[in-house]
Ligand binder design. Structure first.
Ligand SMILES: Cc1cc2nc3c(=O)[nH]c(=O)nc-3n(C[C@H](O)[C@H](O)[C@H](O)COP(=O)(O)O)c2cc1C
Length: 407
């Protein structure tokens, strides 16, 4: 879940396919993400689902016709002007044909033709309709014009029980495409380096010293930065997370390996970086000796000598000669909110970084949400409990404002 849909005005146009029942689930997802949803239905769509379902989910009347008694002025113009995104889901073969040829013979197509915002369409039809040359041609026309972006269809079973390409994309996929269409590309042309996860310091071939970092914060930052158009290099310790789309991932194990990978990612010879977001939980110490063979169990107590790891962020900050890369550090702290903000500010000044994101320990590790304070030279700003992807966007907002307009 991202904040891209929060408070955004979405028009959901439902057309006459059996898949129309899935648009109720899509409406739920859009509403849960905070979107304001107006549902418009074609006459045939109303043969498949009732408008009470949609008005119940949206809290707003369903729009059916441009000519109803309630219509004042030009409804299609008003709705299209207000909309920030139009989604046609399901989109029948017939509505694709009407959209491709610029027809406006009902409220759905009139709104789509009038809209200047992004328009998504999620086709749903029998595979033989989708593979027909007429539908292929209509899909190509829409792609060529560039005003309607298709989401799906996907391969699978369709209502008749046949299988093939024609099944509507899942509501989650359509909601994600909607969020993506509303995401600003304000990091386009930037290179962001993100570190994530724990570091593991080997004691022998089977034992290590590690920490409980899940990597979720760093992965959320990488995902959102890529969604906002950045080129992203993600340097991560061992974690059980999938690489976000469009992100270049470098896997490392120890703090020293992470240091080498970060130096390579930040090197001027590889284009340098506009920002480094150091979300990894880098181990402070490593065993002074890594044993080549497994240590044998014994009845004696065992003392392990540890030696300090370099402070990776401090070293990078020390070498920085100008305002780039913007440096963002993370601090997990315990204490009252004021104490945590104070530790964050102290860390920011001492390490000579631009932003410190400080979290109360109990409200961050291993969780999908997080409460944090953003500490900059201007002061400290507490954010409410947020999903890590939403927090990531707030942190990236700070980076965007520090990078300014010019590349
Ligand atoms: C039971 C039934 C299921 C249908 N399912 C689909 C479908 O999945 N996809 C499609 O393109 N047309 C389907 N149709 C045909 C459309 O409903 C028909 O082309 C209609 O005119 C579309 O109107 P609209 O695009 O204005 O909603 C179906 C028709 C019936 C009777």
């Amino acid at each position: 879940m991202t904040r891209s849909l929060h408070g955004r005005r979405v028009v959901l146009a439902v057309t006459g396919s059996v898949a129309a029942y899935k648009s109720a689930a899509l409406t739920r997802l859009l509403r849960a993400a905070g979107a304001e949803v107006d549902v418009v239905m074609t006459r045939s769509a109303r043969r498949f689902v009732g408008d009470a379902t949609f008005s119940g989910l949206t809290g707003r009347p369903v729009l059916r016709t441009a000519f109803g008694p309630a219509a004042a002025g030009e409804l299609h113009v008003d709705v299209a002007r207000r909309a920030e995104l139009v989604i046609v889901a399901p989109a029948t073969a017939d509505v694709l044909a009407r959209l491709a040829t610029g027809r406006a013979d009902d409220l759905v197509t009139a709104i789509a033709l009038c809209a200047t915002c992004p328009v998504l369409a999620a086709p749903a039809m029998h595979p033989s309709m989708w593979s027909h040359p007429a539908t292929r041609r209509n899909a190509e026309l829409l792609a060529r014009d560039g005003r309607v972006t298709l989401v799906g269809p996907i391969a699978g079973e369709v209502a008749s029980g046949d299988t093939g390409i024609g099944r509507m994309a899942e509501p989650e996929t359509i909601a994600a495409a909607a969020a993506s269409a509303l995401t600003p590309r304000d990091l386009a042309g930037r290179h962001l380096v993100v570190s994530a996860g724990p570091t593991l310091e080997d004691l022998d071939p089977v034992r290590f010293l590690g920490n409980r970092s899940s990597g979720r914060m760093g992965f959320a930052l990488a995902e959102r930065a890529a969604a906002r158009g950045a080129r992203v290099t993600l340097v991560t310790g061992p974690v059980a997370l999938a690489t976000p789309p469009g992100v270049v991932r470098r896997d490392v194990r120890s703090a020293l390996e992470m240091q080498a990978a970060l130096d390579a990612a930040l090197a001027a010879s590889t284009g340098g970086a506009d920002a480094l977001l150091m979300a990894a939980a880098v181990g402070d110490y490593r065993p002074a000796t890594t044993h080549a063979a497994k240590l044998k169990r014994s009845a004696e107590s065992l003392t392990i000598e540890l030696q300090p790891n370099p402070d990776l962020l401090r070293e990078i900050a020390r070498r920085r000669t100008g305002p780039r890369p913007v440096l963002v550090g993370f601090a997990v702290e315990t204490g009252t909110d004021d104490e945590i903000a104070g530790y964050g500010q102290k860390k920011r000044v001492e390490k000579r970084v631009d932003v410190v994101v400080a979290n109360p320990a109990a409200e961050s590790f291993g969780r999908s949400d997080n409460r944090a304070v953003l500490v900059t030279a201007e002061g400290a700003r507490w954010l409410p409990v947020l999903e890590k992807t939403v927090l990531a966007d707030h942190i990236l907002d700070a980076v965007v404002s520090m990078l300014g307009g010019a590349e």
